[in-house]
Structure formats: structure tokens, C-alpha cells
Ligand binder design. Structure first.
Ligand SMILES: *Cc1c(COP(=O)(O)O)cnc(C)c1O
Length: 424
């Protein structure tokens, strides 16, 4: 697989380098030079998720990873299903929250961990990351138990929810979690200092495993195929997919699936009040506002870092950006939608509700709508319980960790202390 840096196309890397490096020169994003068109889609759709995903990823990555090895990586990463549920006439939900941390980021995160372990080369690797909650959990679970990869996660002591803390600070093994006496910005500053320290970086093989990594996007392509495979055959003609978007990685993956030949008529990008993209698509002007806090906080992004990949795909495929519909919903509309969905018998959470609301307003007669549910309702327990005036039981995955003892170390906000800890 050959990839180029969108900002500096002369910088070219293979899959292994792109996975290890994350970003190119000038923070440029890597993008595949060739996206293969598959001509056996109907046969592919007949296969089970893991087998089909091996073939999709094999076609994208090529012979850089032998087929039997890739099969093992996919099997290790995709250990949970992505069911499709009917929500209304001609409208279906793709539930991406049945993984260990109850959010769709488990798909990309787990495959990235497997891919990094496969292409790492010699030497030690230490994943160092700061979290305000969710990313840390996904990273910890994705890398848990992988040989010769240490993970250190910093988080602000007392500033994440007790349940979130339990989800990733109870694993042990190769996962070390550190409660910093400070806030999230302090944690991020410590991580940045560590990456700026050449001696430390070299000594422990620091790697950020960040969200821009191409391996995540490739993994996410697979569940769009899974969604179409589960739709009734009579409703696979005019599929419209609505994606709740923050950094627009999820939408990029869907567009790659369409480029590969998956029969999706069009996409809708749904956002919360952080609406840089819907405004850009209607006015042609890229004018990010300050980021505002919303109910769908995983989408509180006003400068989406995957947007250049979206534009690159439209340009390369000769698609007009006007074919991409996009709209925003504020918190009040989100709450109304969540309640309406609940009355129809579907329990959702704010991110999925935005995708549904925008889809419902945009869907035309003769089209089949599919919206992505990116998180389990229990992940946003407090908001969902308040909005729906109900109580949610704790899902088994959370309950299990909730009963385990915390294993975190505690540390002052001091780089010298952190450095000694990492070198120990
Ligand atoms: C990360 C996230 C999103 C946004 O996905 P992008 O790929 O960044 O657009 C939406 N919903 C949830 C629950 C998320 O965690």
C-alpha cells in the first residue's frame, strides 16, 4: 500500500510507515494513492463480518501484510458485532457501540493496536496519551495484553467520572494509569513535554497512537459493508447514510467504502452546534467559530482534522461537494429528537439522535436511511436519564469494571517525576 502526504504529495510512505508515524511533514495527513474498486460486492456481502473485513482490508493494504497474518489481526480486533436495528419505516440504526468501551472508536482503536504491533519493527514501544475520559479507555482496552507495548495514560485526578475511571484504570498488565494532580491541560502539557524530549522518546520508543492514524480509518470502512449486508435486499437500492461528525474520520471511512463500490447513494454529515462544515457547504466559506460545549461532547470540534481527507476524496472521484448534504442540530433539538425516538421504542443517546434527526429531515421518498449510533446510551447516562426521565441499567461491560479495584498511580504535575517514572 502506498500513501502520500496530502500537504506534500512528494512524501510517500508504505502502510507500516504510515501506521508508525501517524502524521507526515507539516502535520500533513497520509492518504492511500489507490483505493481499489471491488467488483464482487454481492458475494462479499454474503460473508460474516470478520471474513469479509479480512478481504476488504487485504484489498486496501495489499501484500505488505500476508493474508494469514492480516486475518489474525482482524479476528483479534473485531471481537464484537455491529447490528442494524429498524427504527422507523425505511430508517435503520447501525449500532457501533457493542465493543469493550461502548463506542465506535473501539473498531479503529483495536485495529490500530493490532496493526502497530504487527509493523512495529524492533525495539520498545511506549504509548503515552492524556485523556479527559473516553480516548483513554479506548486506547487502554485496545492495547491491553499486547506483547512488548507499554501504555501509560495520564488523566486529571478527580476530574473524570468515577465510572469512566473504573473502565480503564482497573486493567493492570501492560496498562499503567496515572492520576495527575492537575487538570486535563496539565496532562496534555506533560505528554507534549515527553514527546519534545528526544532522549526520552528514543529510550522508550514513544508513540502517540493518535486518532489521525490511517489504520483506524481503514478499519472503519468495514462496518459500512456490514451495515449494507444487514439491510433487507429490497432496501439496498437508494441508501442514504447519516454520520454524526466531529473530526470527520467516520465520514471519511464511509466515503472510502463508497469509492470501493459499496452501493451508497449519498452521505449526510450531521453536526451539533459546532457547525463549521454545514456552514462551509452552504456558503463556501471556511470560518470556524470557538468550540462550544454540547450534549454530544464527542463532536465538540470546530476545526475537524480529517476534513482535508474528505475533500481529497471528492476531488479524486470527481464528485461535487454539493452532493454532500450537511446540517446541524442544537441541544434543544437533540433533546426533542431523543424523546421522539424513545416514544417510537428506540433508546438512543445524543450523538446518534443528531444523525437520526438530520436524516429524517433530509430523506426523500424511495430512499432508505441508515444512521450511525456511535455510543451506547449508558455512556451518556446522566444526560439520557435526565432527558428521558428514566433510569438506565449499567451494561455488563461497565458493571464488570465498576466492581474492580482502581490500580492508578498518583503523581504531581511535574515533568521530572514523570520522566523518571517512564524510564523506570
Ligand atoms: C468520536 C465520536 C464521534 C465523532 O466521530 P468523528 O470520526 O470524529 O467524526 C461521534 N460520536 C461519538 C460517540 C464519538 O466518540
Amino acid at each position: 500500500m502506498n500513501l502520500y502526504n496530502i500537504k506534500h504529495p512528494e512524501e510517500q510512505v508504505n502502510f507500516a510507515q504510515a501506521v508508525r508515524q501517524g502524521l507526515g511533514k507539516d502535520q500533513g495527513l497520509f492518504f492511500p494513492e489507490i483505493i481499489p474498486h471491488l467488483d464482487n460486492i454481492d458475494a462479499l456481502l454474503e460473508l460474516p463480518l470478520v471474513e469479509r473485513s479480512e478481504k476488504i482490508l487485504g484489498a486496501l493494504i495489499g501484500d505488505e501484510i500476508p493474508a494469514d497474518k492480516l486475518a489474525q489481526l482482524v479476528k483479534n480486533a473485531f471481537t464484537f458485532p455491529a447490528p442494524v436495528e429498524k427504527v422507523a419505516d425505511h430508517i435503520y440504526a447501525l449500532e457501533l457501540f457493542h465493543g469493550p468501551t461502548l463506542a465506535f472508536k473501539d473498531f479503529g482503536g483495536r485495529f490500530m493496536a493490532q496493526a502497530l504491533a504487527a509493523v512495529r519493527g524492533d525495539g520498545k514501544i511506549t504509548i503515552l496519551t492524556a485523556t479527559s475520559g473516553d480516548t483513554g479507555a479506548a486506547v487502554a482496552h485496545a492495547f491491553y495484553g499486547l506483547e512488548n507495548i507499554d501504555v501509560v495514560i495520564l488523566y486529571p485526578k478527580g476530574k473524570i467520572s468515577p465510572l469512566q475511571e473504573k473502565l480503564f484504570c482497573t486493567l493492570g498488565g501492560n496498562i499503567r494509569t496515572v492520576a495527575i494532580n492537575g487538570d486535563f491541560d496539565d496532562c496534555q502539557a506533560l505528554v507534549k513535554q515527553a514527546f519534545d524530549d528526544a532522549e526520552l522518546r528514543q529510550a522508550i520508543g514513544l508513540n502517540s497512537a493518535n486518532s489521525i492514524n490511517i489504520s483506524r480509518l481503514l478499519a472503519q470502512v468495514c462496518y459500512y459493508f456490514e451495515a449494507v449486508a444487514q439491510l433487507p435486499k429490497a432496501e439496498r437500492e437508494n441508501i442514504v447514510v447519516s454520520v454524526p461528525s466531529g473530526n470527520f474520520g467516520n465520514l471519511t471511512a464511509g466515503l472510502i467504502a463508497k469509492t470501493m463500490g459499496l452501493p451508497i447513494k449519498r452521505f449526510i454529515a450531521a453536526t451539533n452546534a459546532n457547525d463549521t462544515v454545514p456552514r462551509y457547504l452552504s456558503t463556501g466559506e471556511w470560518a470556524p467559530n470557538d468550540t462550544v460545549a454540547t450534549l454530544s461532547n464527542a463532536m465538540d470540534v470546530s476545526r475537524p482534522n480529517n476534513w482535508p481527507r474528505v475533500e481529497e476524496l471528492f476531488k479524486r472521484n470527481g464528485w461535487a461537494l454539493s452532493e454532500l448534504h450537511s446540517a446541524a442540530m442544537n441541544d434543544e433539538q437533540t433533546e426533542q429528537t431523543l424523546r421522539a425516538m424513545n416514544e417510537q421504542g428506540y433508546l438512543c443517546e445524543p450523538h446518534g439522535a443528531i444523525a437520526y434527526g438530520v436524516l429524517k429531515a433530509d430523506l426523500q421518498p424511495g430512499e432508505t436511511g441508515l444512521f450511525l449510533c456511535t455510543a451506547h446510551p449508558a455512556k451518556f447516562k446522566e444526560s439520557v436519564e435526565r432527558i428521558l426521565s428514566t433510569e438506565l441499567p449499567l451494561p455488563e461491560a461497565l458493571d464488570k469494571h465498576n466492581k474492580l479495584p482502581l490500580l492508578s498511580d498518583e503523581m504531581d504535575n511535574d515533568f521530572a517525576t514523570l520522566k523518571a517514572y517512564l524510564l523506570k
